[in-house]
Design a protein around this ligand. Sequence first.
Ligand code: EPU
Length: 423
Amino acid sequence: MDAILIKGGKSLNGEVHISGAKNAALPMLAASLLAGGKFCFKNVPELKDIESILQLLSSMGAEVDRQGPTVWIDTTELKSFEAPYELVRKMRASILVLGPLLARLKRARVSLPGGCAIGARPINMHLEGLCRLGAKITLEHGYVEAEASRLTGEEIFFDVPTVTGTENLMMAAALAAGTTVIRNAAKEPEVTALADMLNNMGAEITGAGSPVIKIRGVDNLRPVTVSIIPDRIETGTYMVAAALTQGVVRITGAQPDHIKAVISKLKQTGTEVAVAKDEITVTGCRPIRSVDIKTLPYPGFPTDMQAQFMVLMSLANGLSLISETIFENRFIHVPELRRMGADIQISGGNAMIRGVKKLSGAPVMASDLRASASLVLAGLAAKGTTRISRVYHLDRGYESLEKKLANLGANIRRVSENVPETL
Ligand code: EPU
């Protein structure tokens, strides 16, 4: 296992290019199961989670070929409708194959994802939605067993908007008989990107990006060539990196419209943010003003940016309240940030952050993807050396993280976990 060593205190300057979005790529790659033939995906990030879904698709008989950011998937012949535990336990988003398998092969056997570090993360709304479309679902030996001769359109009302739930239902309903209406649907840009891809494949979906999505089922879909949208969370993470280190960073290949809530909050902290068509230039300024944050479904402030923003608030002037409303256990980075000198008190879903003058480098442990990103940011801003272990979490979701940060002038290096090296 690897660790990351950062010698903090350097301001980041220069240009960084944003990769394709992990959370857009995952459902879009899963959607290749809906139609037989050869798909071409461009701007696919090189990440562990992408490897996992490609491995899963291969295990089902898809032929997968990758050259850099381009991935070809031939789903002409599928030989299996199963997503085994060994693959699903590595990545819970594997549940995204459930809807497509059921729609095309009329059967699916998908290991039930367990909880994860950030919360219990049930999939009841995915399953209830598929049942409403007529699927017969049983849970046996840790697997979701689903069958349906042909799914039929229905009205589905989600208790709370679920991103992968909306995506799974949209994919299943695309090949159902009749019209499906999803109410209280997730509005995230990744949902809209998937709807656009499905429509290019021949689906008839309207309303994606709004709380009501209508899907008129069709008999067949066809393969397409599609490009993955830029990663809004990677974008936000580099924005915070510039703000924290008082640097000037030009973020290219971004989609500023997808990250308006973060841009707005960052401006309130006194950070300068200049937005152009597909770039954002962030200039870190002192003092950092404290602001309050509440995570919400899109277009609210994303839960996937909460940990990173907390690091910025740790060095702000005054008190800041961060409320996490999406996942019940998304403050796992807090004890590690405290080890670096942050002053944070947690009460239920609220964190009270009292800004401190400085953070100091320390050995810390990564625990989930975004928590790990927050530790990297803290390490960049801290005095001295920070050693972040268990960096495989970062490899799941940030393409070439050390390379991109090093290009911006960070003193960062990956080392083997067992080697007690210093920078
Ligand atoms: N929920 C249920 N039942 C369900 C589904 C969800 O109660 O059947 C609850 C969840 O427990 C949570 C809320 O609904 O409280 C919203 O969860 P959602 O289903 O939207 O999350 P997700 O689809 O599992 C995606 C992203 C996450 C991101 C969340 C929220 C992917 C592959 N994952 O997860 O990304 O945090 O939406 O925006 O798209 C990450 O990239 O680090 C990450 C965790």
